[in-house]
Design a protein around this ligand. Structure first.
Ligand code: GLN
Length: 304
């Protein structure tokens, strides 16, 4: 049995003392105010044990981490039909890149880049009765925590500055790959990204993607095979044009968000979440990636 608590404390100490902490995302003005000295890490093992260090109970903006939960809800609602509207190939480009979308006739490369996530938001809008309320309840149920909420200031902040997302949504609409009006889809998408959760809440919410998440798969209404596919998409597409680097350094399926969070998992063993708001040039948390690299190196627990 490894001493996970000591390993997390050690990683946290290294991160807190790091001189280079990356740059906090400023294109969503509300996120720019977050202190980049925050660092949290939380581990949940498959036997349900929890370990945390640093600011692991502080809520942060989950941003693109929400794309995985939105995808799983869409797969639960319409199954294989999702793949008629979005592909499962890594894009090798930044999360908000538009060029490929036009070249590929409005079919986004994967559901974890912005254009793909906007298509998924459209699916949820079409199939949920009360989309915002139902999606939030789904996330709360997965995390077994009713204290999870949208941050409407963050959602509105992004609405005012999300020109590239408007461009992507308009392109999708022009290719007939959105059923609902652009404004309605983006309102839902900005809200889903604005959900605030702590590292420990994220680890809990992602437990259904581990092999033994049986009961939670029932809540998520996903089959084993669908959960495996979501993990495959996270491995190949979860870090945009840094997916290769993340597999190379860390070796786990995972997902980042521009709020500085990263969730990753080893399906038979654990879920781990880090939060450090400073990002690297590719928009992924600088210290979060380093921390996860240290974790899989020290524990020798990666998929490879
Ligand atoms: N809401 C952000 C956006 O659409 C999410 C991006 C991210 O976390 N990578 O730009």
């Amino acid at each position: 049995m490894q001493n996970f608590k000591a390993i997390l404390d050690d990683i946290c100490e290294t991160a807190k003392n790091a001189k280079e902490k990356g740059t906090v995302a400023s294109y969503i003005p509300e996120l720019a105010a977050v202190d980049k000295n925050n660092f949290g890490i939380h581990l949940r093992t498959l036997d349900g044990l929890d370990y945390g260090a640093g600011n692991f109970e502080t809520p942060f903006s989950i941003q693109s981490i929400s794309k995985v939960l939105a995808l799983s809800k869409a797969m639960a609602l319409i199954g294989e039909s999702v793949w008629k509207r979005v592909d499962v190939e890594p894009s090798g480009h930044p999360f908000n890149q538009l060029a490929l979308l036009e070249i590929e006739n409005g079919i986004p490369r994967n559901p974890l880049i912005n254009s793909g996530a906007i298509v998924i938001a459209d699916i949820l809008l079409s199939h949920l009765k009360n989309p915002k309320e139902d999606f939030l309840n789904y996330v709360r149920e997965l995390a077994n925590d009713t204290n999870i909420n949208y941050n409407t200031a963050v959602a509105n902040s992004e609405k005012n500055t999300g020109f590239k997302n408007y461009a992507a949504a308009n392109l999708l609409k022009s290719f007939n790959n959105l059923e609902n009006p652009v404004d309605a889809v983006l309102d839902f998408y900005f809200h889903q990204c604005s959900i605030e959760m702590s590292c420990s809440q994220v680890s809990k919410a992602f437990f259904f993607l581990s092999n033994k998440g049986g009961d939670l798969k029932k809540i998520a209404q996903l089959t084993e095979s669908q959960a495996k596919r979501i993990n495959a998409i996270m491995l190949t597409c979860g870090f945009y044009d840094e997916a290769g680097e993340f597999a190379f350094e860390v070796g786990l399926p995972g997902k980042s968000g521009v709020g500085g969070g990263i969730v990753a998992l080893l399906p038979d063993h654990y879920i781990i979440t880090t939060w450090s708001p400073g990002l690297n040039k590719k928009g992924n948390s600088l210290l979060g990636m380093l921390a996860l690299e240290q974790f899989t190196t020290k524990t020798k627990l990666s998929i490879f």
